[in-house]
Ligand binder design. Sequence first.
Ligand SMILES: *[C@@H]1O[C@H](CO)[C@@H](O)[C@H](O)[C@H]1NC(C)=O
Ligand SMILES: *[C@@H]1O[C@H](CO)[C@@H](O)[C@H](O)[C@H]1NC(C)=O
Ligand SMILES: CC(=O)N[C@H]1CO[C@H](CO)[C@@H](O)[C@@H]1O
Length: 295
Amino acid sequence: MFFPMIDHFWWKFINCFGLVMKLAEDSRVIMMLVSCIMAVAFILNIHSGRTILRDVVNAMANRKLKAKLDRQPSPINIAENRVTIKQLKLPLIWKHYEDLPMATVLENNGSTVILRIYTPLNFLPYLSGADLTGKYHFVEAIFKWGTFQSEHSIGKHQFCLEMQALHRSPQEKGAFEYLTLSYLFAVSRVKNESLQGICDNLMSILHPGSSIELPPFELGSLLRHFAGGHYTYHGTYDNGDVILPTIWIINSEISHVSSRQLAHFGALYRRDGRRNSTNSRQEQPLGSRQLYFNI
Ligand SMILES: *[C@@H]1O[C@H](CO)[C@@H](O)[C@H](O)[C@H]1NC(C)=O
Ligand SMILES: *[C@@H]1O[C@H](CO)[C@@H](O)[C@H](O)[C@H]1NC(C)=O
Ligand SMILES: CC(=O)N[C@H]1CO[C@H](CO)[C@@H](O)[C@@H]1O
Protein backbone atom coordinates (compact mmCIF):
# COMPACT_ATOMS: atom_id res chain seq x y z
CA MET A 1 0.00 0.00 0.00
CA PHE A 2 2.57 2.63 1.04
CA PHE A 3 5.87 1.66 -0.55
CA PRO A 4 6.10 -2.09 -1.19
CA MET A 5 9.43 -1.88 -3.06
CA ILE A 6 11.13 -0.11 -0.19
CA ASP A 7 9.58 -2.64 2.15
CA HIS A 8 11.10 -5.48 0.17
CA PHE A 9 14.45 -3.73 0.16
CA TRP A 10 14.16 -3.20 3.87
CA TRP A 11 13.66 -6.87 4.65
CA LYS A 12 16.60 -7.87 2.46
CA PHE A 13 18.62 -5.26 4.26
CA ILE A 14 17.63 -6.46 7.74
CA ASN A 15 18.43 -10.07 6.77
CA CYS A 16 21.98 -9.18 5.75
CA PHE A 17 22.31 -6.87 8.67
CA GLY A 18 22.79 -9.52 11.36
CA LEU A 19 25.78 -10.95 9.49
CA VAL A 20 27.35 -7.56 8.94
CA MET A 21 26.89 -6.65 12.61
CA LYS A 22 28.83 -9.78 13.59
CA LEU A 23 31.71 -8.71 11.37
CA ALA A 24 31.46 -5.15 12.59
CA GLU A 25 32.12 -6.09 16.18
CA ASP A 26 35.71 -6.80 15.13
CA SER A 27 36.30 -3.61 13.22
CA ARG A 28 35.63 0.03 13.95
CA VAL A 29 35.84 0.97 10.28
CA ILE A 30 33.16 -1.52 9.31
CA MET A 31 31.10 -0.33 12.29
CA MET A 32 31.25 3.24 11.00
CA LEU A 33 30.32 2.08 7.55
CA VAL A 34 27.37 0.20 8.98
CA SER A 35 26.02 3.26 10.76
CA CYS A 36 26.35 5.26 7.55
CA ILE A 37 24.38 2.66 5.61
CA MET A 38 21.75 2.55 8.34
CA ALA A 39 21.43 6.32 8.22
CA VAL A 40 21.09 6.31 4.41
CA ALA A 41 18.47 3.58 4.58
CA PHE A 42 16.43 5.59 7.05
CA ILE A 43 16.73 8.76 5.04
CA LEU A 44 15.70 6.93 1.85
CA ASN A 45 12.59 5.71 3.58
CA ILE A 46 11.73 9.10 4.87
CA HIS A 47 12.21 10.57 1.43
CA SER A 48 10.00 8.00 -0.21
CA GLY A 49 7.26 8.66 2.32
CA ARG A 50 7.52 12.34 1.58
CA THR A 51 7.45 11.95 -2.22
CA ILE A 52 4.47 9.66 -2.06
CA LEU A 53 2.56 12.15 0.04
CA ARG A 54 3.37 14.89 -2.45
CA ASP A 55 2.44 12.79 -5.51
CA VAL A 56 -0.88 11.88 -4.01
CA VAL A 57 -1.60 15.52 -3.45
CA ASN A 58 -0.58 16.46 -6.98
CA ALA A 59 -2.70 13.69 -8.42
CA MET A 60 -5.86 15.09 -6.87
CA ALA A 61 -7.68 17.42 -9.20
CA ASN A 62 -6.07 20.64 -8.04
CA ARG A 63 -8.93 23.00 -8.74
CA LYS A 64 -11.46 20.81 -6.98
CA LEU A 65 -9.10 20.41 -4.08
CA LYS A 66 -8.56 24.15 -3.76
CA ALA A 67 -12.30 24.80 -3.70
CA LYS A 68 -12.72 22.16 -1.03
CA LEU A 69 -9.93 23.59 1.10
CA ASP A 70 -11.41 27.08 0.80
CA ARG A 71 -14.78 25.80 2.00
CA GLN A 72 -13.37 24.21 5.16
CA PRO A 73 -10.58 26.39 6.56
CA SER A 74 -8.74 25.59 9.79
CA PRO A 75 -8.13 26.27 12.62
CA ILE A 76 -11.35 27.22 14.37
CA ASN A 77 -12.48 28.18 17.83
CA ILE A 78 -14.69 25.48 19.37
CA ALA A 79 -17.60 27.53 20.64
CA GLU A 80 -19.81 25.60 23.06
CA ASN A 81 -23.01 26.99 21.53
CA ARG A 82 -22.07 25.57 18.11
CA VAL A 83 -21.37 22.05 19.36
CA THR A 84 -23.79 19.16 18.66
CA ILE A 85 -23.53 16.16 20.97
CA LYS A 86 -23.16 12.84 19.18
CA GLN A 87 -23.53 9.47 20.88
CA LEU A 88 -20.95 6.99 19.54
CA LYS A 89 -21.97 3.35 19.17
CA LEU A 90 -18.34 2.28 19.20
CA PRO A 91 -15.31 3.84 20.91
CA LEU A 92 -12.23 4.85 18.90
CA ILE A 93 -10.05 1.77 18.41
CA TRP A 94 -6.25 2.12 18.44
CA LYS A 95 -4.03 -0.59 16.92
CA HIS A 96 -0.24 -0.97 16.95
CA TYR A 97 0.42 2.28 18.81
CA GLU A 98 2.17 0.20 21.48
CA ASP A 99 4.57 -1.42 19.01
CA LEU A 100 8.12 -0.15 18.78
CA PRO A 101 8.81 1.28 15.30
CA MET A 102 12.09 0.39 13.54
CA ALA A 103 13.01 4.04 13.36
CA THR A 104 11.60 7.39 14.39
CA VAL A 105 12.86 10.56 12.74
CA LEU A 106 12.30 14.19 13.67
CA GLU A 107 12.74 16.88 11.00
CA ASN A 108 12.67 20.66 10.82
CA ASN A 109 11.14 21.53 7.45
CA GLY A 110 11.31 25.28 7.96
CA SER A 111 7.64 25.56 8.99
CA THR A 112 7.26 22.96 11.69
CA VAL A 113 8.73 19.87 13.33
CA ILE A 114 7.69 16.64 11.62
CA LEU A 115 7.85 13.25 13.32
CA ARG A 116 7.76 10.16 11.12
CA ILE A 117 8.15 6.50 11.88
CA TYR A 118 9.35 3.60 9.80
CA THR A 119 7.74 0.26 10.49
CA PRO A 120 6.63 -2.77 8.42
CA LEU A 121 3.23 -2.16 6.84
CA ASN A 122 1.38 -4.72 8.93
CA PHE A 123 2.57 -2.94 12.09
CA LEU A 124 1.70 0.58 11.02
CA PRO A 125 -0.46 2.16 13.76
CA TYR A 126 -4.05 2.79 12.74
CA LEU A 127 -7.31 4.17 14.11
CA SER A 128 -10.79 2.76 13.50
CA GLY A 129 -14.08 2.43 15.37
CA ALA A 130 -16.26 5.38 16.46
CA ASP A 131 -18.06 6.55 13.30
CA LEU A 132 -15.00 6.12 11.07
CA THR A 133 -15.63 4.33 7.78
CA GLY A 134 -12.31 2.46 7.63
CA LYS A 135 -8.80 2.13 8.98
CA TYR A 136 -6.78 5.34 9.16
CA HIS A 137 -3.03 4.70 9.22
CA PHE A 138 -0.54 7.03 10.84
CA VAL A 139 1.43 9.23 8.42
CA GLU A 140 3.23 11.88 10.49
CA ALA A 141 2.85 14.17 13.49
CA ILE A 142 3.62 17.90 13.54
CA PHE A 143 3.65 20.65 16.15
CA LYS A 144 2.15 24.15 16.21
CA TRP A 145 3.26 26.45 19.01
CA GLY A 146 3.16 29.99 20.37
CA THR A 147 2.24 31.54 23.72
CA PHE A 148 -1.56 31.41 23.77
CA GLN A 149 -1.39 30.69 20.05
CA SER A 150 -2.21 27.03 19.56
CA GLU A 151 -4.19 26.52 16.37
CA HIS A 152 -7.47 25.28 17.83
CA SER A 153 -9.02 26.95 20.84
CA ILE A 154 -11.93 25.85 23.03
CA GLY A 155 -14.45 28.46 24.10
CA LYS A 156 -11.89 31.16 23.17
CA HIS A 157 -9.45 29.55 25.58
CA GLN A 158 -6.07 29.49 23.83
CA PHE A 159 -3.35 26.91 24.44
CA CYS A 160 0.41 27.04 23.87
CA LEU A 161 1.18 23.90 21.92
CA GLU A 162 -0.76 21.61 19.62
CA MET A 163 0.37 18.20 18.41
CA GLN A 164 -1.35 17.15 15.19
CA ALA A 165 -1.09 13.55 13.98
CA LEU A 166 -2.05 12.99 10.34
CA HIS A 167 -3.60 9.62 9.38
CA ARG A 168 -4.99 8.43 6.06
CA SER A 169 -7.34 5.81 4.72
CA PRO A 170 -7.26 4.49 1.13
CA GLN A 171 -10.29 5.29 -1.04
CA GLU A 172 -11.23 4.49 -4.63
CA LYS A 173 -8.89 5.31 -7.53
CA GLY A 174 -5.82 5.63 -5.32
CA ALA A 175 -7.19 8.63 -3.45
CA PHE A 176 -6.97 8.99 0.32
CA GLU A 177 -9.13 10.39 3.02
CA TYR A 178 -7.33 12.13 5.86
CA LEU A 179 -7.91 12.34 9.57
CA THR A 180 -5.89 14.40 12.04
CA LEU A 181 -5.71 13.86 15.78
CA SER A 182 -5.11 16.98 17.82
CA TYR A 183 -3.75 17.25 21.36
CA LEU A 184 -3.73 20.64 23.06
CA PHE A 185 -1.20 21.63 25.72
CA ALA A 186 -1.39 24.30 28.40
CA VAL A 187 1.73 25.61 30.12
CA SER A 188 2.45 24.22 33.56
CA ARG A 189 5.37 24.29 35.97
CA VAL A 190 6.13 20.59 35.62
CA LYS A 191 7.58 19.22 32.45
CA ASN A 192 5.80 16.64 30.37
CA GLU A 193 7.88 13.46 30.44
CA SER A 194 6.41 12.01 27.26
CA LEU A 195 7.43 15.12 25.31
CA GLN A 196 10.93 15.26 26.74
CA GLY A 197 12.44 12.92 24.12
CA ILE A 198 11.28 15.34 21.43
CA CYS A 199 12.22 18.57 23.23
CA ASP A 200 15.74 17.25 23.99
CA ASN A 201 16.37 16.68 20.31
CA LEU A 202 15.02 19.95 18.94
CA MET A 203 18.38 21.67 19.40
CA SER A 204 19.87 19.19 16.93
CA ILE A 205 17.46 20.29 14.20
CA LEU A 206 17.60 24.06 14.62
CA HIS A 207 17.94 24.64 10.88
CA PRO A 208 15.45 23.86 8.10
CA GLY A 209 16.21 20.61 6.30
CA SER A 210 17.94 19.02 9.28
CA SER A 211 16.71 15.80 10.84
CA ILE A 212 17.64 13.42 13.63
CA GLU A 213 16.81 9.84 14.44
CA LEU A 214 15.27 9.46 17.90
CA PRO A 215 15.92 6.66 20.38
CA PRO A 216 13.11 4.11 19.97
CA PHE A 217 9.79 4.69 21.74
CA GLU A 218 6.23 3.62 21.02
CA LEU A 219 3.96 6.15 19.38
CA GLY A 220 1.27 5.42 21.98
CA SER A 221 3.30 7.21 24.65
CA LEU A 222 2.96 10.39 22.63
CA LEU A 223 -0.52 9.91 21.13
CA ARG A 224 -2.40 8.97 24.27
CA HIS A 225 -5.48 6.80 23.66
CA PHE A 226 -8.94 8.17 24.22
CA ALA A 227 -12.18 6.34 23.48
CA GLY A 228 -14.42 9.38 23.13
CA GLY A 229 -14.78 12.88 24.53
CA HIS A 230 -13.44 14.45 21.35
CA TYR A 231 -14.59 17.19 18.99
CA THR A 232 -14.85 16.51 15.25
CA TYR A 233 -15.25 18.77 12.22
CA HIS A 234 -14.04 18.98 8.61
CA GLY A 235 -11.06 21.27 8.07
CA THR A 236 -7.52 21.41 6.69
CA TYR A 237 -4.08 20.14 7.69
CA ASP A 238 -0.98 22.19 6.83
CA ASN A 239 2.63 21.09 7.49
CA GLY A 240 4.16 23.90 5.44
CA ASP A 241 4.68 21.64 2.41
CA VAL A 242 1.23 20.21 1.79
CA ILE A 243 -2.27 21.35 2.64
CA LEU A 244 -4.87 18.59 2.86
CA PRO A 245 -8.57 18.37 3.60
CA THR A 246 -8.99 16.40 6.81
CA ILE A 247 -11.43 15.27 9.46
CA TRP A 248 -10.24 16.76 12.74
CA ILE A 249 -10.46 14.72 15.94
CA ILE A 250 -9.62 17.06 18.81
CA ASN A 251 -9.06 15.53 22.24
CA SER A 252 -10.96 17.59 24.80
CA GLU A 253 -8.60 16.50 27.58
CA ILE A 254 -5.86 19.12 27.89
CA SER A 255 -2.23 18.04 28.36
CA HIS A 256 0.59 20.03 29.95
CA VAL A 257 4.00 21.23 28.84
CA SER A 258 6.55 23.30 30.75
CA SER A 259 7.57 26.74 29.49
CA ARG A 260 11.12 25.46 29.21
CA GLN A 261 10.01 22.66 26.90
CA LEU A 262 7.97 25.12 24.89
CA ALA A 263 10.98 27.42 24.47
CA HIS A 264 12.79 24.67 22.52
CA PHE A 265 10.16 24.93 19.78
CA GLY A 266 10.42 28.71 19.55
CA ALA A 267 14.21 28.40 19.10
CA LEU A 268 13.88 26.68 15.70
CA TYR A 269 14.85 28.59 12.57
CA ARG A 270 12.32 28.93 9.81
CA ARG A 271 12.68 28.77 6.06
CA ASP A 272 13.34 32.53 5.90
CA GLY A 273 16.30 32.08 8.28
CA ARG A 274 14.48 33.80 11.13
CA ARG A 275 12.96 32.57 14.34
CA ASN A 276 9.30 33.09 15.03
CA SER A 277 7.60 32.64 18.39
CA THR A 278 4.61 31.07 16.64
CA ASN A 279 3.89 28.89 13.61
CA SER A 280 0.14 28.63 14.16
CA ARG A 281 -2.34 29.63 11.49
CA GLN A 282 -4.95 32.33 12.04
CA GLU A 283 -8.36 31.36 13.38
CA GLN A 284 -11.03 30.88 10.70
CA PRO A 285 -14.83 31.05 10.85
CA LEU A 286 -16.71 27.75 11.26
CA GLY A 287 -19.37 28.94 8.81
CA SER A 288 -22.14 26.43 8.20
CA ARG A 289 -19.97 23.41 9.03
CA GLN A 290 -21.04 20.89 11.68
CA LEU A 291 -19.06 20.62 14.89
CA TYR A 292 -19.62 17.56 17.08
CA PHE A 293 -18.72 16.52 20.59
CA ASN A 294 -18.56 12.72 20.57
CA ILE A 295 -19.37 10.73 23.69
C1 LIG B 1 2.24 14.75 28.17
O1 LIG B 1 2.00 14.72 26.78
C2 LIG B 1 1.25 13.63 26.32
C3 LIG B 1 1.09 13.78 24.84
O2 LIG B 1 2.25 13.61 24.17
C4 LIG B 1 -0.08 13.55 26.99
O3 LIG B 1 -0.74 12.41 26.57
C5 LIG B 1 0.09 13.54 28.49
O4 LIG B 1 -1.15 13.61 29.11
C6 LIG B 1 0.93 14.72 28.91
N1 LIG B 1 1.16 14.69 30.33
C7 LIG B 1 0.67 15.65 31.13
C8 LIG B 1 1.06 15.52 32.57
O5 LIG B 1 -0.01 16.57 30.71
C1 LIG C 1 5.41 34.53 12.38
O1 LIG C 1 4.58 33.47 11.89
C2 LIG C 1 3.23 33.86 11.71
C3 LIG C 1 2.43 32.62 11.35
O2 LIG C 1 3.14 31.70 10.61
C4 LIG C 1 3.17 34.94 10.64
O3 LIG C 1 1.84 35.35 10.46
C5 LIG C 1 4.00 36.13 11.11
O4 LIG C 1 4.03 37.10 10.11
C6 LIG C 1 5.43 35.68 11.42
N1 LIG C 1 6.17 36.81 11.99
C7 LIG C 1 7.37 37.16 11.56
C8 LIG C 1 8.00 38.29 12.31
O5 LIG C 1 7.93 36.63 10.62
C1 LIG D 1 7.85 17.30 4.04
C2 LIG D 1 9.20 17.88 4.17
O1 LIG D 1 10.02 17.35 4.89
N1 LIG D 1 9.44 18.98 3.48
C3 LIG D 1 10.57 19.89 3.50
C4 LIG D 1 11.15 20.16 4.84
O2 LIG D 1 12.18 21.11 4.78
C5 LIG D 1 13.20 20.91 3.84
C6 LIG D 1 14.11 22.12 3.88
O3 LIG D 1 13.44 23.33 3.90
C7 LIG D 1 12.62 20.67 2.45
O4 LIG D 1 13.65 20.39 1.54
C8 LIG D 1 11.62 19.55 2.50
O5 LIG D 1 11.07 19.33 1.23
